[in-house]
Design a protein around this ligand. Structure first.
Ligand code: GAP
Length: 660
């Protein structure tokens, strides 16, 4: 799709979101606040449905996952242990002209000709000279001064230039002394170097214009640009794609929002709004494992707000500064423990879902399992497989502790296109195999044991032959030492600590590894909105075809499940019956009751809201066309616009089956 059509589609989606109350700009009456969004009545329902269904699938329908609801502000040590205080940063650059801020790694590479300047002089200070010299003479004297100020007092060059001045310029009436000229000239300068990138073939004057604007901001009103030189560049990310101006050098910017706990704003009272929900799960791992009497493998999941001071929030709600996450930390045995217990470790045999979890699954099987489970989840709420991309991060993209990460991408209309012109997709969720990094870090920083005791492992280990014990011990020792060395532990201490851990494994103790499916609620809501948006044609009241905007949400996550309409609002019997039907459905689902306007208009309003079913109470319902139609209603389906007659007594069961 052409760029303008994509923008047009996104504009229509954003406009519908506001018009129908899915999403509003936060603090709109004060001009909004960048990166923050509010959800209106329909958006709030949509989000609740998404979170509710995720919670049902990820914990309520499983024996091996339990939930957590932790605080947003936690002990600041948590963020030291997780690495967020030191490494949760993005490279940031600013446009030297407009001050607009960009994420350095998101700048589109550009090619062209760069115009470099070493600085500028303000010719305004020289206005008196313009009365003495013609314009070309004036420029030559500025050239002369430029050379003159670079010479040293008493040097042969300066002596020569003094002579030139005496012969060429001094004879003109009213010419000030060379000393005075030097004072004026040197006072009116800016030595900041600056560059502008121009696309190939563009007029150099546009580079000069941008450069003059740059120097004007530094007080140089009438700029004479100094030492212009050009350079061809390919795929440079040093220039603002919007105006060609040079950007600042990249600086790292920590994305965590800071606050203070208590009345004193001091370093020791500094706390952070959590940038992810995951860390609370790790910090509460021991408590949850104990009270829920879960044994590894098992998971803890959480839904909640997260905050990131994103440098460049963009694409509507896609990259926000406040958003919600749905995260699962699924704890598993290290592969060495599985091998000790089961004799070998099962690994994925090929593509597709690996089936029901088995005792001999190592991290690769669990990782594959969760990737497939999560893809199935997205399909079950109406995102077709063709709109999703399963992206396996390349080794160089992985975090140092991660063994594998799969990003599930959705092909948003604003996604970039790949070489074949296909939408590449943007991340909805990451599923990472994070080794035992997280719990190990909290063990180190808190000094509290985060390992588990595994009776089955202890018994199995005792039965292994010595060669097997030695081989598994050595492998476990190596992986623990690697972790410790990577976290800057002294090599001697790392060796000793890793040996202790290997002895612990032989006794049935280890720090669990983790698989982390981590999804964003807001990104998913946006994907569902983009996916649902459609335009087709439908007849108006007079039978004339008109454009219909329809949100084709899967009934499972649709904000409103059924709309109930009395055919006419001025017929008390119809209104009474319609209210009865509304009250019959309301305990089971979200129902919208609407009696205002022509029935066609009411249908259209619900199509835009994405309500999958319309229930109309008409004269047939009252039995006016015969007893066989009495207590039946018209059921209209949003997508096909097909209508059928359904008995009121069968209605709730029929709809429930379709929306679960
Ligand atoms: N605990 C792992 C973690 O937080 P992440 O990839 O940084 O991983 C997980 O975030 C998910 O959270 C992303 O896939 C995305 O859906 C959502 N997310 C992250 N940053 C976001 C932002 N600025 N705005 C909206 N959603 C965001």
């Amino acid at each position: 799709m052409a760029e303008s059509k994509v923008n047009d589609l996104m504009e229509r989606i954003v406009s519908l979101c506001k018009r129908r109350g899915f999403v509003f700009q936060s603090s709109e009456i004060y001009g909004g606040i960048n990166g923050f969004w509010d959800y209106g009545p329909l958006g709030a329902e949509l989000k609740r449905n998404v979170k509710g269904f995720w919670w049902r699938v990820m914990t309520q329908r499983r024996d091996d996952v339990v939930g957590l609801d932790a605080t947003i502000i936690m002990h600041p040590k948590i963020w030291e242990a997780s690495g967020h205080t030191t490494t949760f940063a993005d490279p940031m650059v600013d446009c030297l002209l407009t001050k607009k801020r960009f994420r350095a790694d998101q700048i589109e590479p550009q090619s062209g000709v760069v115009y470099h300047y070493s600085g500028a002089r303000d010719l305004r200070q020289w206005s008196n000279f313009k009365k003495i010299y013609s314009e070309p003479e004036f420029m030559t004297i500025t050239d002369f001064m430029e050379r003159y100020i670079k010479t040293k007092d008493g040097s042969p060059d300066r002596v020569n230039l003094n002579k030139v001045f005496e012969h060429e310029y001094q004879p003109k009436p009213n010419t000030p002394s060379l000393d005075m000229l030097e004072t004026i000239y040197t006072a009116s300068k800016c030595d900041d170097p600056y560059s502008v990138l121009l696309a190939p073939g563009k007029n150099p004057d546009s580079a000069r214009k941008v450069a003059r604007q740059f120097y004007a901001q530094r007080g140089i009103v009438e700029a004479r640009l100094l030492e212009e030189r050009t350079e061809k560049v390919e795929n440079s990310t040093r220039y603002n794609p919007e105006n060609g101006s040079l950007l600042t050098e990249a600086r790292m910017f920590n994305l965590m929002f800071k606050t203070y706990v208590g009345p004193v704003e001091s370093a020791e009272n500094t706390a952070y709004l959590r940038p992810e929900t995951a860390q609370a799960i790790f910090a509460q791992f021991k408590n949850v494992a104990e009270v829920s009497r879960q044994k590894v493998p098992f998971g803890i999941c959480q839904i909640g707000k997260a905050f990131r001071n994103e440098i460049n929030p963009r694409n509507f709600t896609f990259r926000s500064r406040e958003f919600e996450q749905m995260e699962l930390e699924f704890f598993i045995r290290p592969d060495e423990a599985i091998e000790a217990i089961c004799g070998s470790v099962a690994r994925p045999a090929g593509p597709g879902h690996p089936g029901e979890p088995q005792a001999n699954w190592g991290w690769q099987m669990w990782h594959k399992y969760w990737v497939e489970e999560r893809l199935a989840f997205y399909e079950s709420i109406g995102l077709p497989r063709t709109t999703l991309v399963e992206y396996w991060q390349k080794p160089e993209e992985l975090a140092h502790y991660a063994r594998a990460t799969v990003d599930i991408l959705y092909k948003f209309p604003f996604s970039k296109r790949d070489a074949a012109g296909e939408l590449a997709g943007e991340e909805l969720e990451g599923i990472a195999a994070r080794s035992d990094f997280d719990l190990s870090q909290h063990q180190r920083f808190s000094g509290k044991a985060m390992g588990v005791f595994d009776e089955e492992l202890k018994l199995a280990w005792a039965k292994l032959d010595e060669a097997k014990k030695a081989a598994l011990s050595e492998r476990y020792f190596e992986s623990r030492r690697n972790y410790l060395v990577k976290t800057n532990e002294d090599p001697g201490k790392a060796e000793a600590k890793a040996r202790e851990d290997a002895v612990g494994l032989a006794r049935g103790s280890y720090v669990p590894h983790v698989i982390e499916p981590s999804a964003g609620v807001d990104r998913l809501a946006l994907a569902l909105i983009c996916n649902a948006y459609g335009e087709d044609t439908a007849p108006d009241e007079k039978g004339k075809m008109e454009t219909r905007v329809v949100m084709r949400f899967h009934p499972r996550i649709a904000p409103v499940k059924a709309a109930v309409f009395p055919l006419l609002k001025n017929k008390p019997e119809l209104v009474k019956k319609a209210r009865e039907v509304r009250d019959l459905l309301r305990p089971h689902m979200t129902v919208f009751y609407d009696e205002a306007g022509a029935i066609g208009r009411r249908y259209r309003r619900q199509d835009e809201a994405g309500t999958p079913f319309g229930v109309t109470i008409d004269f047939d319902t009252l039995g006016e066309q015969g007893a066989e139609l009495k207590d039946t209603v018209t059921l209209r389906e949003r997508d096909s616009m097909k209508q059928s007659r359904v008995k009121i007594e069968a209605l709730a069961a029929l709809l429930l089956e379709r929306i679960r």
